[in-house]
Design a protein around this ligand. Structure first.
Ligand SMILES: *Cc1c(COP(=O)(O)O)cnc(C)c1O
Length: 383
């Protein structure tokens, strides 16, 4: 089966006597159990057939053995960090989703876990790896700077030190990048983004090809009770079927918008791993099937960026990305505002940074909208 086909071809309802073509919503908290033999399902917190279909499909697409779905991406990251013992250390990408940064810096220390950050795309990571962190957590490309980490190389370094390597693959999806095949131990996703794809589900997943780790994450899902509910699992199963089509269109549009921005005199640095001057481009295109559909750029002025965002007609100003509808955000005010301002300054996080996520609208309309908003912002800043 080629990879576009496997997003559609899976058993939608294993064991259902009615043989439905779509996965039903098994909206039930309890299952009538046989008093003699053990049953596959007894209680939805522990397991539910709708959620199970979504989990098995995600495990298959990421080339893992086990997947566990959670009520949000953050609940999935939390389950991942349950693999770290008190007294252990986590090493994470310096450039990380704001909510993950908050969990690592404000929740983990209270569990006796220490956290260090490194630019995992550079040489600094090796020195920190010598402290043998239990868990290394990276995003590649990162959000919002699209910095690229060589996953196969980092996986080798981690394996040599007995550190688990986890990759947050939300920005790519298994359609574009499969970290387990490159040697990572665990993949996490905010399934709220591309996997569900319609901005109507909040979900997260942990996938691994290691049975023992999978078992521990499943234990956490049942013991702590943040498993995804059947209705959202249904929406996720439905949304995932069209991911290859959505993402192909979104990524073609992103390449066009990135090119238009880069050649525009009013625009500063453009961050998109498909651009030929992107520092991680070669590594990225070796380990992923495309550059994705999220890009960011600088304008040199917070007021200009705000005016640009306000003048867009087709991009709605929302946090998040990966939906069929195009979105714009100012990360320092939105998705990354949970990183304290002084830490953002220290890391040279430009306050004027604009992030765009392409939807599936006509590419021509989106390019026009971006250029028009730049013109309008220019007119109002000079007027
Ligand atoms: C959104 C996001 C998360 C958190 O996911 P939620 O579903 O919002 O809880 C984690 N990692 C990345 C890279 C994200 O973009």
């Amino acid at each position: 089966m080629r990879s576009d086909t496997e997003w559609l071809h899976f058993e939608p309802a294993p064991g259902d006597p009615h043989r439905p073509s779509a996965t039903p919503i098994y909206q039930t908290a309890t299952f009538r159990v046989g008093l003699e033999a053990p049953c596959e399902f007894d209680y939805t917190r522990s397991g539910n057939p709708t959620r199970r279909v979504a989990e098995e499909q995600l495990a298959r697409l990421e080339r893992g053995r086990r997947a566990a779905l959670f009520a949000s991406g953050m609940a999935a990251v939390d389950a991942l960090t349950s693999l770290v013992d008190p007294g252990g250390e986590v090493l994470a990408s310096a450039d990380l989703y704001g909510g993950t940064y908050r969990l690592l810096t404000e929740v983990l220390p209270r569990r006796g876990i220490s956290v260090a950050f490194a630019d995992t795309s550079g040489p600094e990571v090796e020195r920190l790896l010598d402290r043998r962190p239990q868990l290394v957590l990276v995003e590649t490309p990162t959000n919002p700077f699209l910095r690229v980490t060589d996953l196969a190389r980092l996986a080798d370094l981690c394996r040599a030190r007995g550190s688990l390597l986890a990759v947050d693959n939300s920005l790519m999806s298994p359609y574009l990048q499969r970290p387990l095949e490159l040697g990572a131990d665990v993949v996490v996703h905010s399934a709220t983004k591309f996997l569900s794809g319609h901005a109507d589900v909040t979900a997260g997943v942990v996938v691994t090809d290691n049975e023992e780790l999978g078992e521990r994450v499943a234990f956490h899902q049942n013991a702590c009770g943040a498993g995804l509910n059947p209705f959202e699992a249904f929406l996720l199963v439905r949304g995932m079927k069209t991911l290859p089509l959505r993402l192909e269109r979104q990524q073609q549009t992103a390449a066009r918008v990135a090119a238009a921005l880069r050649s525009h005199p009013r625009v500063g640095r453009v961050y998109y791993p498909g651009l030929d001057d992107h520092p991680g481009r070669d590594v990225h295109l070796r380990q992923a099937r495309g550059a994705g559909s999220v890009l960011a750029f600088e304008t040199g002025s917070v007021a200009f960026s705000r005016s640009f965002a306000g003048n867009l007609e087709l991009f709605s100003a929302t946090v998040s990305f990966g939906s069929v509808g195009s979105t714009v955000s100012l990360p320092s005010r939105m998705s990354h505002s949970s990183i304290p301002a002084d830490v953002r300054r220290e890391r040279l996080f430009p306050e004027d940074l604009v992030r765009l996520s392409m939807g599936i609208e006509d590419p021509e309309d989106l390019v026009e909208d971006v250029l028009r908003a730049i013109d309008r912002a220019t007119a109002s800043s000079s007027g």
